[in-house]
Design a protein around this ligand. Structure first.
Ligand SMILES: N[C@@H](CCC(=O)N[C@@H](CS)C(=O)NCC(=O)O)C(=O)O
Length: 232
């Protein structure tokens, strides 16, 4: 069986588990400590990072983009009859999401409001681009069926939802089509299959403890993006 080497709150891992769950592919998962990486992990992970996927043949794959492409090549596409141009566009929109995972982690780790808003600005610009691309007439990014783009943005939208529920800070403030997309993803049965049962607890221990967002419902969100757009 496939094995995923993981760190519980890693968004790159969650993109991979989302791709596996969306295709009902069974896998085992092993969690490691990133502050004390075991030697066996360093031996199979050239970049020293999770996710690593150990295939059925025992080959260790690394870099989430490569793992996602392998899942598509090996187990078949999520969507049939996608043109080459559309596939390229889907990959590009997926990258726009996944290339902002670390920006979101950095923003959520901020100790004060000014740092949060400064770090969040780039991510919010990506959210605005997606808002402009969404039609608002379909449940998911392209249609009413899940696509690879949804899977790539799922970690961002999931984390933004937990932050909103616990702190009141809405990363999608002023972006109604993004909010609707987030709602569709969060109410699909997929999200819970992508993380461990203690995900929210682990995530909160990291991003909602000793951070600005940990101030919880006392947070007053005065702007949508760190600039002057008042959210009301
Ligand atoms: N480019 C990598 C990024 C993966 C990544 O940043 N993983 C983080 C956890 S979310 C990690 O393993 N950090 C440990 C380290 O960099 O030493 C990918 O797409 O797989």
């Amino acid at each position: 069986m496939i094995k995923i080497i993981s760190f519980k709150i890693c968004p790159f891992v969650q993109r991979v588990t989302a791709a596996l769950a969306a295709k009902n592919i069974a896998y085992e998962i092993e969690y490691i400590s990133l502050s004390d990486k075991p030697q066996w992990f360093l031996d199979i992970s050239p970049n020293g990072q999770v996710p690593v996927m150990v295939t059925e043949n025992g080959t260790s794959l690394f870099e989430s983009d490569a793992i996602i492409e392998y899942i598509e090549d090996e187990y078949g596409p999520l969507e049939q009859h996608v043109t080459n141009e559309q596939r390229a566009l889907d990959r590009a929109w997926s990258y726009l999401g996944s290339k902002h995972y670390l920006a979101q982690c950095g923003a959520m780790s901020s100790k004060d409001k000014a740092t949060l808003e400064a770090r969040f600005e780039k991510l919010y610009k990506a959210f605005q681009k997606a808002e402009n691309q969404l039609t608002g007439s379909t449940q998911f990014f392209k249609s009413d069926a899940l696509s690879n783009v949804d899977l790539a943005w799922l970690p961002l939208l999931h984390r933004a939802d937990i932050i909103k529920q616990n702190s009141g800070y809405d990363m999608l403030c002023g972006l109604p089509k993004m909010q609707a997309w987030q709602q569709a993803i969060m109410t699909s049965s997929l999200v819970e299959k992508t993380v461990s049962s203690d995900f929210v607890e682990k995530f909160s221990g990291f991003y909602l403890t000793n951070t600005y967002l940990a101030e919880g419902k006392d947070i007053v969100q005065t702007s949508c993006s760190g600039s002057a757009n008042c959210c009301g």
